[in-house]
Design a protein. Structure first.
Length: 98
C-alpha cells in the first residue's frame, strides 16, 4: 500500500506578521510513521527564486535537507519532530527580523 498524505495545510500570514504563507505536507506509511514531509515558508517578496520558498525542510530525492534563500544544504535527521522544531525556529527568526 502506498503512503498516504496525512497533513496538507497552508496558512496565509498577515502582512503585519511577515506576509507570505506557511506550507505543511506530511505523508505517513502503513504503520503511521512519517515517511515524507515538506515544510516551507513562502514569501515572494523576500525571495523570488525556489518558487518563493524562503526557508523549508523536506526529504525529497532520498535525503533530508534545508532550503534557505535558494541554497540547499543537508541536515542531520533525528526525528520529524526535531525537523518541525528547526523549521519553526527558522521561520520565527525571519518573521521577527521583518
Amino acid at each position: 500500500m502506498a503512503d498516504r498524505k496525512s497533513i496538507d495545510e497552508s496558512h496565509k500570514i498577515s502582512d503585519r506578521r511577515g506576509n507570505g504563507r506557511l506550507r505543511r505536507e506530511v505523508w505517513v506509511d502503513e504503520q503511521g510513521q512519517v515517511s515524507r514531509y515538506n515544510l516551507a515558508y513562502i514569501n515572494h517578496g523576500l525571495h523570488r527564486g525556489d518558487n518563493g520558498r524562503v526557508v523549508g525542510y523536506d526529504n525529497q530525492h532520498g535525503h533530508h535537507h534545508r532550503h534557505y534563500f535558494g541554497k540547499v544544504e543537508p541536515v542531520n535527521f533525528v526525528s520529524f519532530e526535531d525537523i518541525e522544531e528547526r523549521f519553526e525556529q527558522d521561520w520565527i527568526v525571519l518573521r521577527d527580523s521583518a
